[in-house]
Design a binder for this molecule. Structure first.
Ligand code: ADP
Ligand code: 5GP
Length: 205
C-alpha cells in the first residue's frame, strides 16, 4: 500500500517509568504482543534473579565487576542505582533497532530516564502509576518477589518518583490492565500522527 511505503519512518524511542509494582512490565508486554514494529530493550542488572525470570528476557543478570566494565567501555546508553542495585541499558541493541526502524521500549527508572531525555530529547516518555500507593503495596506483596524491607524501600522511592512525573508526556493509571494497555496503544497511535512524523506527507503540496 502506498501509505505504508510513504510512512517508512525511523524507529521511536519510548521511555516507560513509574514506581516498581505499578505494572510497567505487565502493560508493556501486553501491549507489544503481536506487534512486529515494537521491541523491548532488555537491561542489565546486578539484582538477584527472581523466580520465573529468564536471563536475557527480563534482564541480563550480571555482577558488579561486569557492570563497571560496561560503564567504563561506554556500552550503556544510561545507567543508575535503584534501591541498592545497578541497572543499565545496553546501547548497541537500542541503536541497531532504531536504525532498523523498530520502536524500542525502555522500562527504566527516573535517573536513567533523565539521562535518556538529555541524549534523545525527542523520546516519547510515559509514566505509569497504580491507582493508589496502598494498591501499590498490595501488588508488591502479592507479586511475592521482594522482601518486606525491599518493599518498604520501593514504596519510599515511589513517593520520590512521583515528583518526576512532570517530565513525562503521558500518564497511565494502571487500575484495570486491559484499559491501561489500551491507553498505551492509543498513545502510540496518536504519537505516530504528530506533525514531526507526518510532515513529509505535505512535501509534495
Ligand atoms: P513493574 O514492572 O512496574 O514493577 P509488574 O508488571 O511486575 O510491575 O506488576 C506488579 C504486580 O502487579 C504483578 O504481580 C502484576 O501481575 C500485578 N499487576 C499489574 N497490573 C495490574 C493491574 N492492573 N491490576 C492488578 N494487578 C496488577
Ligand atoms: P525491578 O528490580 O523491579 O525489575 O526494577 C526496579 C526499577 O529499575 C524499575 O523502576 C525499572 O524501571 C528500573 N530499571 C530496569 N531496567 C533499568 C535500566 O536499564 N536502567 C534504569 N535506569 N532503570 C532500570
Amino acid at each position: 500500500m502506498k501509505r505504508d511505503t510513504k510512512m517508512k519512518e525511523k524507529g521511536r524511542l519510548i521511555v516507560i517509568s513509574g514506581p516498581s509494582g505499578a505494572g510497567k512490565s505487565s502493560v508493556v508486554f501486553r501491549a507489544i504482543e503481536g506487534r512486529a514494529d515494537m521491541c523491548f530493550s532488555t537491561s542489565v542488572t546486578t539484582r538477584a534473579q527472581r523466580p520465573g525470570e529468564v536471563d536475557g528476557r527480563e534482564y541480563f543478570f550480571i555482577d558488579l565487576d561486569r557492570f563497571h566494565e560496561m560503564v567504563a567501555n561506554d556500552e550503556l546508553l544510561e545507567h543508575a542505582m535503584y534501591v541498592g542495585n545497578a541497572y543499565g541499558t545496553p546501547r548497541k541493541f537500542v541503536e541497531d533497532k532504531l536504525a532498523e526502524g523498530m520502536n524500542v521500549l525502555l522500562d527504566i527508572e527516573i535517573q536513567g530516564a533523565r539521562q535518556v531525555m538529555e541524549k534523545v530529547p525527542e523520546a516519547l516518555k510515559i509514566f505509569i502509576i497504580p491507582p493508589s500507593l496502598e494498591e501499590l503495596r498490595n501488588r508488591l506483596v502479592k507479586r511475592g518477589t521482594d522482601s518486606a524491607e525491599a518493599i518498604e524501600g520501593r514504596l519510599k522511592r515511589a513517593r520520590e518518583e512521583y515528583q518526576e512525573a512532570v517530565f513525562y508526556d503521558y500518564i497511565i493509571v494502571n487500575d484495570d490492565l486491559d484499559v491501561a494497555a489500551e491507553e498505551f496503544n492509543a498513545i502510540l497511535t496518536a504519537d505516530r500522527c504528530r506533525y514531526p512524523f507526518r510532515r513529509h506527507w505535505l512535501e509534495e503540496v
